[in-house]
Design a protein around this ligand. Sequence first.
Ligand code: SAM
Length: 243
Amino acid sequence: TDFGFREVPVEEKVKKVADVFHSVAGKYDLMNDLMSGGVHRLWKKITIEQSGARRGHTILDIAGGTGDLTMRFSRIVGPTGKVVLADINDSMLKVGRDRLMDRGVAGNVEFVQANAECLPFPDNTFDVITIAFGLRNVTDKDAAIRSMTRVLKPGGKVMVLEFSKTDNPALTKLYDFYSFNILPKMGQLIAGDSESYKYLAESIRMHPDQETLKSMMQDAGLVNCKYQNMTGGVVALHTGIKP
Ligand code: SAM
């Protein structure tokens, strides 16, 4: 189950993440529903509810992938607002763009290929910035949080939705078994790709825990940083405000 991800040099991690998402892009939405039993929809719904997004807002959904959050934000901000769906991976962006066009919600959405570590937007641009299930894939997470803080408007909110650490040993055991045994098998069966889903499990295990991520957000200059555990800490929603 351990394929030595820790020893992988930075350039290889970047390539690995790119390969994973090029490979899963077409099956991404289906796999999300199957792997989480549909619960990712609830995690995302809660994120939207706590975002404070309003009509006319400008929102960045970085690592936005196939656009689940973007789609919901697009409806909230309306024709006077704007949502930027940004992702480093052009395969994921393409699937996201096609999907949003199909649903007729792309009118106020802009699609940008960008790396979270060095966002190509002016300072103080966005009212809300979300990164959902994206930060764990980013090589320099501190740089990404700093970059998000820079492009956020004063008073604006950064929201990080990400897998995190469960506090219950029995749940942790169950979850590890699921991630390292069931998940790669499902990946093989449905997407014909167990390696990508092994990477997924490993990247989840390597991700900073709740308190560490909270400190990283504070270090980047965000205030009022807090988190809310969901599904027993399988997922946590971190938020911070730019002073
Ligand atoms: N936010 C979507 C969701 O919740 O369904 C997609 C999440 S998907 C698991 C992770 C996404 O992060 C992929 O689309 C991947 O291309 C993107 N990603 C990985 N590294 C990135 C980086 N450095 N900058 C921007 N996006 C990145």
